[in-house]
Design a binder for this molecule. Structure first.
Ligand code: NAP
Length: 244
């Protein structure tokens, strides 16, 4: 018997990078895994790698209508929801005075509004079976520190981190745990423009970027009963970057 047999997980932005690595870990542990994203082509390809435990659903995480539709389809397909990983995200940079309100708002819609809707609709589904659950929000070390050009990203990721703590306080009595994961530099499409050989020796104490699978391992821990006393926590996985 695998650790997550009988459990159903929903991973937003699960079609590549960190989200797909989380989906692979949870599927390998026995969970039925629903991955979401905007690109149907990427989603279909990613779902194939998960085998019979995987299902792709198209979703924009900033859309409440999409959350209603996705959670209804998860119910229809698997009859319950136990684990939500709010991982979908984008990244871009711009000086604050040149940043349009639209650029700022889009970043907050995907990360902060997306996390709010993930907790809300995740908890609604978990209340239906009453067995509790685990909600994991993908923040970032940029939710603790910032960098020039990232006012929209770091303010959204800080909000995500504190949203997890508020939700942990509210939902703890029902056995629904809510934690944040704070990755540092991880090798994915999001960081292709950042040269690891130049950045890592200076900025990262362990002298390398992380792998998506290393974040997947932390998410698996947060999803299972091995972490059942952990809620409202910040799981920092950054090779020591913000230990200074
Ligand atoms: P990635 O490789 O670019 O993947 C992003 C995923 O999110 C894709 O599946 C993408 O699919 C999906 N997505 C983007 N916007 C979406 C939306 N509006 N609705 C639904 N899905 C959406 O990025 P990643 O590096 O794996 O990042 C995953 C998460 O980790 C993000 O929240 C990111 O901020 C966070 N993070 C990453 C790093 C890093 O170094 N890589 C560090 C700290 C935190 P579609 O484009 O098809 O929608």
């Amino acid at each position: 018997m695998s650790e997550l047999d009988g459990k159903v997980a929903l991973i937003t932005g699960g079609t590549r990078g960190i989200g797909l690595a989380c989906a692979s870990r949870l599927a390998a542990a026995g969970a039925k895994v629903v991955i979401t994203g905007r690109s149907e082509e990427a989603g279909a390809t990613a779902a194939e790698t998960l085998g019979s435990n995987g299902l792709f659903l198209k979703q924009d995480v900033g859309s409440e209508t999409d959350w209603v539709a996705v959670t209804a389809k998860v119910q229809e397909a698997f009859g319950r929801l136990d684990i939500v990983v709010a991982n979908a995200g984008i990244s871009n940079a711009s000086p604050m005075v040149d940043m349009s309100l639209e650029q700022f708002r889009t970043m907050h819609d995907i990360h902060l509004k997306g996390a709010f809707l993930a907790v809300k609709y995740g908890a609604i589904e978990m209340r239906k079976h009453g067995d509790g659950g685990s909600i994991i929000l993908m923040s970032s070390i940029m939710g603790k520190i910032s960098a020039a050009g990232y006012v929209h990203y770091s303010s959204a990721k800080t909000g995500v981190r504190l949203l997890a703590k508020s939700a942990a306080l509210e939902l703890g009595p029902e056995g629904i745990r809510v934690n944040s994961v704070l990755p540092g530099f991880i090798r994915t499409d999001m960081t292709v423009a950042f040269p690891e050989e130049q950045i890592a020796p200076i900025a990262v104490p362990v002298k390398r970027f992380g792998n998506a699978e290393e974040i997947g391992d932390a998410v698996l821990f947060a999803a299972t009963d091995r972490s059942k006393f952990m809620t409202g926590a910040d799981l920092v996985l950054d090779g020591g970057m913000i230990a200074r």
